[in-house]
Design a protein around this ligand. Structure first.
Ligand code: STX
Length: 313
């Protein structure tokens, strides 16, 4: 990855009566524009996210999606849907005076990248996607009900601890009232447990520092509340919508590289493979020794290779 850099500009963009987005620009002021779509949803951006792009070539645009990171109001679920975020990306593009841009997204960021590209194909130069997540019911079931739980039994036991036995038939649904509780202790306990589950399972070798991030109550609260809100609403999409032929046909012409960890238990390779089957033109790399995280060495190397190759487009 490229060395850490600082933004040359940061800003706030009011996108609705309620929401104001934080955004930042780094790299080459008159460079090839790329927009980074973070995961979660609700995860917010990290300064290291700038390092996937050559700063001598790209105008790097990072922004925190509604309720995430430095965008306000923090953790707000009002007017917070996939399609609100797609509209926000267009508002940001117009605000920055960009005609067309490269789009980069992992996990939920890959979901939003596909939704944005299918809504505005004429605004997307290329797509670089990681850990494909299309929010199908089967994907949510694997990670939050009966799948990853078989690979991380000890972390799963901690994850379901806040949920009464009688409610464990639908974990995502059962977490919703706790993550929206008026009682701070209930809400934050649930947010930390929800977030810890994802931090425990994101890398091939569990990163205790990443797991400890779940104890950052403000970040976990936003991450868990917003993720759960989207998941109980199935991403505000038809099941499998992003993989439908009629939707893929809208973007089939766009160059797309996908990097997928073989041992990604958060967004298993089956979805990346389903995308390849319906969109054979994509370049699909399955990294043999990687889990879900973009920071897995084999994954980050291939992501940078892709952005380097697309920098001339
Ligand atoms: C099911 N959500 C997966 C996702 O989008 C995601 N996984 N990790 C992240 C962060 C890096 C933002 C924590 O997001």
């Amino acid at each position: 990855m490229y060395p850490p850099i600082e933004p040359y500009e940061t800003g706030k963009l009011k996108v609705s009566d309620i929401h104001t987005l934080y955004y930042e620009l780094s790299g080459k002021k008159d460079g090839n524009p790329i927009v980074f779509l973070h995961g979660g949803p609700g995860g917010g951006t990290d300064p290291l996210d700038r390092s996937f792009f050559d700063p001598s070539k790209y105008k790097i645009v990072l922004f925190d999606q509604r309720g995430s990171g430095n965008s306000t109001p923090t953790a707000s679920l009002e007017e917070n849907t996939t399609w609100d975020l797609v509209k926000d990306i267009e508002k940001l593009r117009e605000h920055l005076g960009i005609d067309k841009w490269h789009v980069f997204g992992g996990s939920w960021g890959s979901t939003l990248s596909l939704a944005y590209a299918q809504s505005h194909p004429d605004r997307v130069k290329t797509l670089v996607l990681r850990g494909i997540f299309t929010l199908r019911k089967s994907e949510l079931r694997f990670f939050y009900q009966d799948g990853a739980s078989h690979i991380f039994p000890e972390a799963w036991e901690e994850f379901i601890a806040p949920i009464p036995e009688a409610e464990r038939g639908d974990i995502v649904l059962a977490y919703h009232p706790q993550l929206n509780s008026e009682d701070d202790e209930t809400r934050l306990r649930a947010a930390r447990a929800w977030t810890k589950w994802e931090m425990w399972t994101s890398k091939l070798h569990v990163d205790p520092k990443q797991v400890a991030e779940a104890d950052d109550s403000e970040w976990s609260n936003a991450f868990a509340r917003i993720e759960n809100h989207y998941f109980v609403n199935n991403g505000f999409m038809r099941d499998g919508q992003l993989l439908e032929k009629q939707e893929i046909d809208k973007i089939r012409h766009i160059p797309c590289v996908v990097v997928q960890g073989r041992y990604d238990v958060v967004c298993p390779a089956t979805t990346a493979y389903a995308l390849k089957k319906v969109w054979p033109e994509i370049t699909l790399h399955i990294v043999p020794d990687a889990g879900h995280s973009s920071r897995e060495p084999g994954t980050s190397k291939l992501l940078v290779k892709a952005t380097d190759e697309f920098a001339h487009i």
